[in-house]
Design a protein around this ligand. Sequence first.
Ligand SMILES: Cc1ncc(C[n+]2csc(CCOP(=O)(O)OP(=O)(O)O)c2C)c(N)n1
Ligand SMILES: CC(=O)[C@@H](O)[C@H](O)COP(=O)(O)O
Ligand SMILES: [Mg+2]
Length: 641
Amino acid sequence: MDSSAHPYPLLDSLAAPQQIRHFTPGQLERLAAEVRAFVIASVSETGGHFSSNLGTVELTVALFHHFDFLQDRIVWDVGHQAYPHKILTGRMDRFPTLRQHHGLSGFLKRDESPYDHFGAGHASTSISAALGMAKARDLQKQNHTCIAVIGDGSMTAGMAFEGLNQAGYLEAKNFLVILNDNDMSINPNVGSLQGYLNQIMSGQYYQRWRDRIEHAIKSIPLEGLSKGVAKAAKWSEESFKRLMVPGLLFEDLGFRYLGPVNGHDVNATSKALAEAKEKMKDGPVLLHVQTKKGYGYEPAVQDPLKWHGVTAFDAESGEIIKVQADPAKPAPPSYTSVFGKALVDLAKKDDKIVGITAAMLDGTGLNFLQKAFPDRCFDVGIAEQHAVTFAAGLAAQGMRPVAAIYSTFLQRGFDQVAHDVCIQDLPVTFALDRAGIVGADGPTHHGLYDLAYLRCLPNIILMAPKDENELRRMLMTAVYCGHPAALRYPRGNGLGVALEEPIAALPIGKGELLREGGDLVLCALGALVEPALRIAESLAAEGIDCAVINARFIKPLDETLLHTWARRCRGVVTLEEGCAPGGFSGAVAESMADAGLVRPLLRCAVPDHLVHHGDPKRLLEEEGLSPSILEARIRTFVHQI
Ligand SMILES: Cc1ncc(C[n+]2csc(CCOP(=O)(O)OP(=O)(O)O)c2C)c(N)n1
Ligand SMILES: CC(=O)[C@@H](O)[C@H](O)COP(=O)(O)O
Ligand SMILES: [Mg+2]
């Protein structure tokens, strides 16, 4: 990065974040301006989460002015808004590597810095984690402050309220929750909580009078009054509070509510933090900070959804830099959009079909349904558990719900899938986007575990499409199979196959034989079917004869097809973009073992370890799942058996 074009004198002279504690108000403002300029310059080159980070600049600077985060603890919810935290804690020079292979993580990581006290990536964990830290501190007789910073979107999750519930009950001292309210999740934030927060925002005037009114009411001498008058005075105190005090919901949960404060005025935010420090000596405090996504960069302010996460862009013009595509070969559509449009096609013919998303309207492609049938599309907020049971309720009353949830985020709804959907055999469809390796978001976001955590559940039908056409057919199969069903498909573009009309359901539990062969049977799943076919053709030129099966179903597995070809061949190879323990290869191995069918087995899957962040192609190579590495592994295997 050319630092002469973007001078950062204060940042450059910052040897340690503790220096910020002695900054003057003017220096705090200049530091915030530098951090913002650096975020814009840096993310314009690498891409990354953007608008949320511009929203937390002043808040982060003010936090470092008041706290020493080598002693005090801070938990950033999700962590996608913590670039300013990283910049102030000695990681500025690593930003050119952001979200790249072996580079700086896009989230917080305990092993990346002593200032990262808790890692995340999924939302709404911060209050629970910070409260755990506060309790550990008390039990170990320490006295630092523990802080959770949580966005209004993340606050919609049940888990956030579970944390508040316990914190208020414990009367946790030196415990601060900062609610960073920008009226946005990735899409606009939804739900009655947001309505409540907006009401507080519009009633700022009352906050100034709050302390005076409370004091005046409290100073009424109740002792000398008759019982009835004292009761009336007490009642009027409560009523006044309810009228005048913003954030009463949080007060009723045992928090002292402070704010709202303008989170882009660094010195006002600093003042509010000073007050919070005093008040939290007596018990938990919630500080409500009002910010704007994209603040300080007009294109992002105008379109915070587009600028939530971006690829590289021209900082001057705000133009996203497009990777030069071959004009002769238009890019195939994304699996997400194929799903979104197919759902609308099905919904046009069947008014029992409804869609559900947990705050990922555009991310899952449910925006198409939202546009076509707004009454049949539900964004429930960041509330995957609720989304699943809400879908179960709809299914129990004869609707055909399709819950579109990223593979990684459904992990949070596991018990609901098991207890509410599968045990009751309710026909809920799970459309699991981002299955497999996702790339830059890293370990918290790869969709590697879905097959393992769903395969064990009763009644569920599990599928993975080899291309866009099959995705549409699987969606139809799932919606009308009368049981719980899930289809999982990857992030990114499909293969560009022609879409067949009309969409036809698949026979349940039937795989597809794509190629006959006598040496090996390659049993492939989803995104690895097409590479398996190409590998088989390449190996044929060397005299290695491979049959290829497109499994289509992980459950029920097409055992007849599998066993037939396993018997005809000398060895079996499974290929999947998912974790090896418990995944598709496990289903194949179990089935052969149960049938007493003994064949050498090569399992091509992600081994039992973390997959870090970076370019998906490179990560696939590292996991031994890129086409050329797969081919080499299969060649070695066939020569060994
Ligand atoms: C459990 C879970 N569901 C969904 C997401 C995807 N996600 C990441 S950030 C985000 C929006 C968070 O909104 P908010 O907390 O208000 O932060 P903001 O971006 O507005 O600063 C969502 C839905 C996630 N990370 N974790
Ligand atoms: C932080 C978070 O969870 C999301 O912003 C996520 O990064 C979105 O990923 P996609 O780009 O795959 O939709
Ligand atoms: Mg928000």
